[in-house]
Ligand binder design. Structure first.
Ligand SMILES: [Zn+2]
Ligand SMILES: [Zn+2]
Length: 345
């Protein structure tokens, strides 16, 4: 089978590798769509302690069950399935208590396990037992279904921030997940959604997702304008959906009393430590938290949200490429020209 193998940092090679045969409890899936995520690009350029080369990366995917191993009951040959990233180990304290995003091992497709930039992916027994593998609802395309993975992370993040009815939601970062939060946040109760972004181009793209207000954070007086538009109150929930120390610091100044601030986007390992005026947290009685990845239940919820039209995933797909064109696909994703770039292996 053909696969895009990441052999080393910045060395991705499309080549023939052996197609595996599913053993007991395992499932072979013919991959139809695999979206490029910012974290794939980071792995390609900087590596990741959880990824050992050579490896096939890609963790936002969908396909058709091609072969099942002995004893598999969850799916059958021909089923269309969406596959998420994080696979709870099922055994540690966190996984056994429903908090698999804090799993001690932190397995994920496209990290320790081979990913979706290949014609086929073998889902091991652990993935089939505890992982995010769900049937694609009828009428949903493979391209839309693979976006259930990033949407699942957005849902987990909004849940962690306890977004509720009547809240003002501010999202910093108009990448694909930030834009998904506009739509999802609305359905989770936000009565006002504000999008904040540093670059005009991405802010322009985000306008089709219908936030109430759009702010350029690179503009002078941004913070004054933002606060003024909330009558000096600030936002109830702030999702920092970008990897920027500046944005993390700024978010505290945008917070209303009792706000929940989610440092959703991880910072690059090289980022400076942030400086925060902790009295802002103290006097406003804010909660600053983080969230990371998603649980299988979030992946299932994401598929339902897409099916019901809460999130218009088709609107997020800006470019598609074949597996042979993966380098072009990566460049396109890095250019931030559009939103989601999907590879069709
Ligand atoms: Zn991702
Ligand atoms: Zn675990």
């Amino acid at each position: 089978m053909k696969a895009a193998v990441l052999e080393d940092i910045d060395t991705i090679v499309v080549k023939e590798i052996d197609k595996e045969k599913p053993g007991p409890g395992e499932v072979l899936v013919r991959v139809r769509s695999c979206a490029i995520c910012g974290s794939d690009i980071r792995i390609m350029h900087h590596g990741n302690p959880r990824v050992h080369f050579p490896q096939v990366v890609g963790h936002e995917l969908s396909g058709v069950v091609a072969e099942t191993g002995e004893g598999v009951e969850k799916v059958k040959v021909g089923d269309r399935v969406a596959i998420g990233a994080d696979v709870p180990c099922g055994k540690c304290y966190w996984c056994q208590n429903g908090m698999g995003t804090n799993c001690r091992i932190n397995y994920a497709i496209g990290y320790q396990f081979p990913g979706g930039f290949a014609e086929y992916i073998l889902l091991n027994e652990l993935t089939m037992s505890y992982g995010p593998v769900h049937r694609i609802p009828e009428g949903m395309s493979f391209d839309e279904a693979c976006l259930a993975e990033p949407l699942a992370c957005a849902i987990n993040g909004l849940e962690m921030a306890q977004l509720g009815v009547g809240d003002t939601l501010a999202i910093i970062g108009a990448g694909p997940i930030g834009c998904m939060m506009i739509e999802m946040g609305r359905f989770m109760g936000a009565t006002r959604v504000m999008m904040i972004q540093r670059s005009p181009h991405r802010l322009e793209i985000a306008k089709k997702f219908g936030a109430d207000d759009y702010f350029l954070s690179s503009e002078e007086n941004f913070l004054d304008n933002f606060l003024e538009s909330t009558e000096g109150e600030g936002a109830d929930v702030i999702m920092v959906a970008c990897g920027s120390p500046d944005a993390q610091e700024m978010s505290l100044h945008m917070a209303r009393h009792r706000a929940r601030i989610n440092y959703f986007g991880g910072l690059p390992a090289t980022a400076r430590p942030i400086t925060l005026s902790s009295n802002l947290i103290h006097y406003k009685e804010c909660m600053v938290l983080g969230s990371h990845g998603s649980l299988p239940r979030h992946h299932l919820k994401a598929l339902k949200a897409i099916e019901s039209g809460m999130v218009h995933t088709a609107e997020f797909i800006s470019h598609t490429f074949s597996l042979d064109e993966i380098e072009k696909a990566i460049q396109n994703a890095e250019s931030h020209e559009g939103l989601k770039v999907i590879v069709h292996p």
